[in-house]
Design a protein around this ligand. Sequence first.
Ligand code: BES
Ligand code: MN
Ligand code: ZN
Length: 502
Amino acid sequence: MSEFASQAKTSRIVAEPSLQPESVEAEALVVFATEGGIGAGAVAQVDAAVGGVIARLAAAGEISGKACECVSILAPAGIAAGHLLVVGLGKREELDQGVLYRAAATAAKTLAARKRGTVAFLSDGSWSTRQIEHAVAGATVGMVGQDLYRKEKKRTAFGTTIWLAAPADAVERGCHLGDGINLTRRLVNLAPEDMYPQAFAEEASAVAGHLGIDIEVWDETRLAKENCGALLAVSRGSSRPPRLVMMRYRGPGRRDGKPEIAFVGKGVTFDSGGLSLKPADSMMGMKCDMAGAATMLGTIATIAALKLPVDVVAAMGLVENMTGPAAYKVGDVLTARNGVTIEVHNTDAEGRLVLADTLDVVRGLEPARIIDAATLTGACMVALGHDVAGLFTNDQASCDQLVTAAQSAGEPVWQMPMFRHYDSQVESDVADIKNVGDGRWGGAITAAKFLERFVGDTPWTHIDIAGPAFADKPKPWSDGGGTGVMVRSLVELVRGHPEENT
Ligand code: BES
Ligand code: MN
Ligand code: ZN
């Protein structure tokens, strides 16, 4: 049974749209409040039941409603739950899917610090269906930590999660989204010794089997037959053979035709840097270098679980970048699947080599557009910091759509320039191109410029998630580790505007 499936079972999540918050038999009841918004909506209903305690605490300044603030009221009179948690949402006018996702995750993370039977969350009548879904997703994500190998868990998923005053179908969709994000996070959080190319491919097969997604896995023999010389070169220094996983989901009414979107993910299950070895400090955390692949697996799994009416592909290039005796060398010239020759200047610029062949493989399917996600460059983190993904495109219109989707999901992204004058930076004296720019300046852009050579005229957007894919430090809504960033944005992109589609 797929872990995707067993994860969904960690907490039984149910909707009780008509159950009253005061009578729900739960260990804890979570209510949400905006700044200065205690007087209306669901929180006011609960406040009336508990005799105005919330309003008194707000008047005393103990409850501010600031985003992600959590105030516990223990053993309140007037409601069946023994623990009332009031969670802040910030300013009413700033409330969006991201705010709700993070606030619900913060509440879930706080309560999951110890074992709990049933926890109830109270939705508010003013939230849109899409906002409810993101709150449910946040609660699903917040109760799962990165403590995969700890005997004494820091987080324990609730036995049962009950959503009150929320439509059952929205709760179900929110669970699917949360499960998709948790799948991505778990794969990133697994130790590289457990999450190598074959292991990833097996996980993907299990997910595909569970959700009815078509899957094809290319092993090293097939990759050689397909002339994937760039991807294969990177994998040569490792005892772990490479894989390329391709998944195709065709939704209702989408039996014929070409994929609307091809998702491509960088899946370097560990990046030592190869012979251009990383210093010890930079190598820590490099288990996260398959986050792009995990993002695309989480995304297509969510799309399939939601049964969205689309035709999409997800392709993941999976290798381990190591220093074994057969490792590829600086000065080597590789021939990529599309025939382009690449001079290797730095074996630590391996992600673009893996993507080069993976991008070319999906081009063969003639998708309407390509979106790739990759923990590609430290330079992108220098430019944008830890929390913002960089966007790079050859097609402004499709990039704009992704920006809109990310804004709607409340995930920060920022488009970087792709001016023509950068093109000469990836030229080589020996081969068609080289795998680094001239020096380190503009390194995120020169990496994107390299990728651009492999997408032809297909509309393409590259997302550099080196910053936001992995958190070294905890946040109020997460224990750190894999974040599952961009899954919500990509699913939002596929779903389109809330009025067009659900
Ligand atoms: N996987 C790294 C990028 C990275 C850095 C991801 C930090 C997450 C956190 C990538 O393969 C890499 O090593 N890039 C080099 C490129 C350079 C050699 C041109 C870099 O950014 O230094
Ligand atoms: Mn590298
Ligand atoms: Zn890398």
